[in-house]
Write a protein of this length. Structure first.
Length: 402
């Protein structure tokens, strides 16, 4: 029986996590990534509860993630003069295990690079399903045919667009944007406050800026209608961010003048993906492509759990995608309900002064803060993972036509 070939689009978290499982099952896995290389740094992502940690352990990467974990720090809300208004404790956002997105991506890449093929700087441009497979065309590589295709290529998924239809049918803009700004090496930033154990976050209605010490990435969230810019053009992203924060107070003007012109900027909308179905024929969506909610706080957990479920169901169904995809849909649509509920934009950048004060009050009132944290933990563990077979070959049915 020919070795089944799987194409995974996306090399952030969900894609390599699935590649890890499928490589163990004997699939011939190719991962294609539009970016020219793994993205370094990035914001911290976290895992919550026994379910997330159990999946990382099953993957064999839990100890590596622990070794590179960050130490969650408190976030101090400050006014325009830098005076403390309230403090958000690190455990509120850091979960049980926190790590930089880039570090996690590197761990997963290193765990899979020997067992699958990675193609960077390329992307999927066409998908045609046939009874025998999926014919795929690429921006640069030669066309190829795969038995299965998985879109793990984020909220702006090309695989979703080619298989299910235009992005606007499934992605809802929340009215907010976010930006991560990594200073260029040696950039002049503000001096770090002596013995400061907390990050600082400044709010104006509809705008938030979190600027830490030298070399640390800054984080911005701002309200805006849909904007027209190239997400891969650094100059355009810098211009959008500078305009959005024109006239802002606190330390923002100096940061935009001294750091932004040479910094690495990642600017995108805060959006939510809403889909009733995650699969069609021989194509499946995974992670943010299927159930994304930018900055919702559960993306990394949903990605690794989803990869475990999708690969596990393929193993349990001996490679039959019709059976496996139906079970994946059933389990993950219910588990991913948190991605249909969270609204991070108004929380991080409240639209009025009154809403800013109310948000800050949450962190002064311990019972309410504890209730919100427990609710998040409940969502993270709200799935019973089957004890999937640990097999070395797929038993894939090559004659299945989806």
């Amino acid at each position: 029986m020919p070795t089944p070939r799987v194409l995974i689009s996306g090399a952030s978290i969900a894609g390599p996590a699935l590649a890890l499982w499928l490589g163990r099952q004997g699939y011939d896995v190719t991962v294609v990534e539009k970016a020219p290389a793994l993205r370094r740094g990035g914001q911290a992502v976290d895992f919550k509860g026994a379910t997330h940690l159990s999946v990382l352990e099953r993957m064999g990467v839990l100890e590596q993630v622990r070794a590179q974990r960050t130490v969650p720090t408190d976030t101090m809300f400050v006014d325009g003069r830098g005076r403390e208004l309230a403090t958000m404790p690190g455990e509120f956002t850091g979960g049980d295990l926190e790590i930089r997105r880039g570090d996690l991506a590197r761990i997963l890449y290193d765990a899979t690079a020997d067992d699958c093929t990675y193609i960077f700087g390329d992307s999927v441009t066409g998908l045609v399903q046939t009874p025998d497979g999926v014919q795929v065309t690429f921006e640069r590589a030669a066309p190829a045919t795969f038995d299965l295709v998985v879109g793990a290529d984020g909220i702006h998924s090309a695989v979703r667009r080619l298989t299910f239809g235009p992005e606007e049918n499934f992605v809802t803009h929340s009215g907010y944007y976010y930006a991560l700004v990594d200073p260029a090496p040696g950039a002049r930033t503000r001096p770090a406050a002596e013995n400061r154990a907390a990050g600082r976050m400044y709010n104006e209605p509809g705008r938030m800026a979190a600027i830490d010490g030298p070399g640390d990435p800054a984080f911005f969230v701002f309200a805006a209608p849909p904007l027209n810019f190239d997400r891969f053009d650094q100059d355009q992203q810098r211009a959008v961010l500078a305009e959005a924060y024109d006239g802002a107070g606190w330390e923002v003007p100096g940061y935009l003048t001294d750091v932004l012109p040479t910094a690495d900027v990642h600017l995108d909308s805060i959006s939510r993906v809403g889909m009733d179905r995650y699969t069609r024929g021989r194509v499946a969506l995974l992670g943010d492509a299927a159930y994304g909610n930018t900055l919702g706080g559960f993306g990394s957990g949903l990605a690794v759990v989803g990869a475990c479920v999708l690969a596990g169901e393929l193993a349990a169904a001996h490679g039959d995608p019709g059976i496996a995809f139906a079970r994946y849909q059933e389990l993950m649509h219910d588990y991913a309900k948190i991605a249909r509920k969270a609204a991070p934009g108004p929380f991080l950048a409240p639209p009025t002064c009154t809403r800013i004060r109310l948000r800050n009050w949450i962190f002064k009132y311990r019972p309410l803060r504890s209730m919100m944290m427990k609710l998040g933990d409940d969502y993270a563990t709200d799935i019973e993972l089957p004890d999937y077979p640990r097999i070395g070959t797929t038993g894939y049915r090559a004659d299945h036509n989806g």
